[in-house]
Design a binder for this molecule. Sequence first.
Ligand code: HEM
Length: 194
Amino acid sequence: MILNLLRSQTHDLHDRMEAYDLSKLMLSPEVTPAGYAAFLASHYRLLAALEPRLDAFFAAQGGEPPYRSAGKHQHIAADLAALGAPLPEPLAADDLPAFETTAQAWGAAYVIEGAAMGGMVLHRALSQRPQLAQLPAFSYLGGGGQPPVVRWQSFCEQIAAHVVDEADQQAALAAARATYEAMGRCLATQPILG
Ligand code: HEM
């Protein structure tokens, strides 16, 4: 089934995400507000470009969209404002994975929904650091008011219902891998300001 395929066939890329210096900093006792802001900014670059495209894509299918991004990039924007950090430019359209089919859109959505769910671990780690304790909120990592695990469970049900046949599953996988690659470029190039 699609989730097993995505999980097993993108594991290498998730490992790569965790290995970037910026990611390792998030789990380090040395994390600073500027480092946390940089990590958020790298995610903003991908999400601010991808979420509106995903929402427009699913809305254009007609009827009740089976997926809505819920605008996570806006939660990141609120966190960056609270940190006094500038908003970066979203990724340019040609830096984003192309998707023309519904299966590809589901594959891209998998990466950003999984990242938000995995963000619970970062939330727990960061909120224990005294140097970040003064921050007003963890809007993005806190799930923006919706428990990430609840959202993730419902996402898993939806993707499993909509990406079923073999060709669709392979198309979703290719799009998920391309989305991870785009995120990797954001993490690799993000400067730490301040
Ligand atoms: C500091 C960096 C990161 C850490 C420590 C981390 C940690 C985690 C953890 C612990 C989970 C599993 C959560 C659970 O099952 O309860 C997870 C899942 C996931 N993460 Fe990350 N993550 C990081 C970065 C990223 C990035 C940058 C992306 C992509 C933009 C990403 C995408 C995903 C996806 C798609 C899943 C779902 C995997 C699945 O169960 O199918 N993660 N992450």
